[in-house]
Design a binder for this molecule. Structure first.
Ligand code: NAD
Ligand code: DAU
Length: 335
C-alpha cells in the first residue's frame, strides 16, 4: 500500500485525479490537503472515505503542513495546489507567489525531510510562453513565462529542478496544456461559455478571438500523470498535450451550436494584457517513454463536457450564487 499526499484535491484536476485513483487502485491511500479557496468544492469528492483522508491546510503554512507529515507516513507527493487563473493573477499577483512558489518550496523541504519516495509537480505549458503561427513546445523549450501566474509556476518548476540537482531529490515535473471536463470552475473559458449560453448570457471573447490553445480532456491528463508517476525518470520534465489545437472563437461557436444558441451571444471585449497567442505541445517524449496517448478528440470531449454541465446544473448554480457573482462583475462589467 502506498500513501499519496495530494494537494489541491478539491479543485478541478485534483478531484478528477483522486476519483480516478479511488475508483481504480485498491493499493493506494490518499491524503488530500486543500486550503479550500474559492476554487475548491468538497462536494467534488463526496462519498469517499475508505483509504481517503482530508486535511484543511494551506501549503504556504509550513507549520501546519509539517504536522501532516509527522502524523502520516507519506510515500508520494503530487502537488496540484495552486492559484490557477491567469486573469486573477493579473489583478492580484502576490497570492500566486505565496501559494505557487512558497507553497511548493515548503512541500519540497518537508518531502526531503521525511524521505518521500517521489515528488510530482503538476505544471503547465504556460511556463514556455507564447508561440507564433508554427512550432510546438518541447521539454527543451526555454522557460519564458509572460503572466504572473505562469511566472509563479515557472519559479516553482525551477525550485523542483534545483532540489533534484542539489539534494538528489526524487522529483518529476509534468507540464500539461489546457484541461477541460467535469468539475471545472466556471471562471475558465469552456465552462464559462457553456454556462453563459445555457443562461442566454453574453459570451465575452478576448481580443480578436483567434488565440489558440491545445485542449486536453481532464481524464487524459489524469492518465498522463499516472504514467509519469509510474514510469517517469527522476529529474525529468514530461509534456502532456491533447493534440487538439483550436482558436477560441471556434470553441465558442461549437458550444453554441451544440446548445442551439445564436452566435449573436458572442461579445468581443478588451483583450487580456500580455495574452499568450498560441500554445501547442510536443508530447513525443512521454509517448515514447510511457506509451501515453490522449483518447479523447475535441468533439467527443466537448460533447461530454457540455452534457455534464447540463446534467449538473445544481453544481454550478451554487457557485454562481456565491462570491463568483462579484468576481464576474469586477472582471467583465464595462470591459
Ligand atoms: P483549481 O483552481 O481548480 O484548483 C486548485 C485547488 O488548489 C483548489 O482546490 C484550491 O482550494 C487548492 N489550493 C489553492 N491554494 C492552496 C493552498 N495555498 N494550499 C492548499 N490548497 C490550495 O486548479 P486546477 O485547474 O485543478 O489546476 C490544478 C493544477 O494543475 C495547478 O497546479 C495548475 O497550475 C495545473 N494545471 C492546470 C491546467 C488547467 O488547464 N486547468 C493545465 C495544466 C496545469
Ligand atoms: O495552458 C494551461 C493553462 O490553461 C493552465 O495552466 C491554467 O491554470 C488554465 O487556467 C488555462 O489558462 P488559460 O489562460 O489558457 O485558460 P482560460 O480558460 O482562462 O482561457 C482560455 C482562452 O480563452 C485564453 O486565450 C483566454 C480566452 N478567454 C478566456 C476567458 C475566461 C476569453 O476569450 N474569454 C474569457 O472570458
Amino acid at each position: 500500500m502506498k500513501t499519496y499526499l495530494v494537494t489541491g484535491g478539491f479543485g478541478f484536476i485534483g478531484s478528477n485525479f483522486i476519483r480516478h485513483i479511488m475508483d481504480n487502485r485498491k493499493d493506494v491511500a490518499i491524503i488530500n490537503v486543500d486550503k479550500i479557496t474559492y476554487a475548491a468544492n468538497p462536494g467534488n469528492l463526496a462519498g469517499y472515505s475508505e483509504n481517503y483522508k482530508f486535511y484543511k491546510a494551506d501549503i504556504a503554512d509550513k507549520t501546519g503542513l509539517s504536522k501532516i507529515f509527522l502524523e502520516n507516513k507519506v510515500d508520494y507527493v503530487v502537488n496540484f495546489a495552486a492559484e490557477s487563473h491567469v486573469d486573477r493573477s493579473i489583478q492580484e499577483p502576490s497570492i500566486f507567489i505565496r501559494t505557487n512558489v512558497e507553497g511548493t518550496l515548503n512541500l519540497l523541504e518537508l518531502s526531503m525531510k521525511h524521505n518521500v519516495e517521489k515528488f510530482l509537480q503538476i505544471s503547465t505549458d504556460e511556463v514556455y510562453g507564447s508561440l507564433g503561427e508554427s512550432g510546438k513546445f518541447s521539454e527543451e523549450t526555454p522557460l519564458s513565462p509572460r503572466s504572473p501566474y505562469s511566472a509563479s509556476k515557472a519559479s516553482a518548476d525551477m525550485l523542483v529542478t534545483a532540489f533534484f540537482h542539489t539534494y538528489n531529490m526524487p522529483v518529476l515535473i509534468s507540464r500539461c496544456s489546457n484541461n477541460y471536463g467535469p468539475y471545472q470552475f466556471p471562471e475558465k473559458l469552456i465552462p464559462l461559455v457553456a454556462i453563459n449560453a445555457l443562461n442566454d448570457k453574453e459570451i465575452p471573447l478576448y481580443g480578436d478571438g483567434k488565440n489558440v490553445r491545445d485542449w486536453i480532456y481532464v481524464s487524459d491528463h489524469v492518465k498522463g500523470i499516472c504514467l509519469v508517476l509510474e514510469k517517469g525518470k527522476f529529474g525529468e520534465v514530461y509534456n502532456i498535450g491533447g493534440n487538439a489545437e483550436a482558436e477560441n472563437i471556434d470553441i465558442i461557436k461549437y458550444i453554441l451550436n451544440k446548445l442551439k444558441k445564436p452566435h449573436s451571444l458572442i461579445k468581443y471585449v478588451k483583450d487580456r494584457p500580455g495574452h499568450d497567442r498560441r500554445y501547442a505541445m510536443d508530447f513525443s517524449k512521454i509517448n515514447k517513454e510511457t506509451g501515453f496517448i490522449p483518447e479523447y478528440n475535441l468533439e467527443k470531449g466537448l460533447d461530454d463536457t457540455i452534457d455534464w454541465y447540463i446534467k449538473n446544473e445544481s453544481w454550478w448554480r451554487e457557485i454562481l450564487s456565491g462570491d463568483y457573482k462579484e468576481y464576474y462583475k469586477k472582471m467583465y462589467e464595462n470591459r
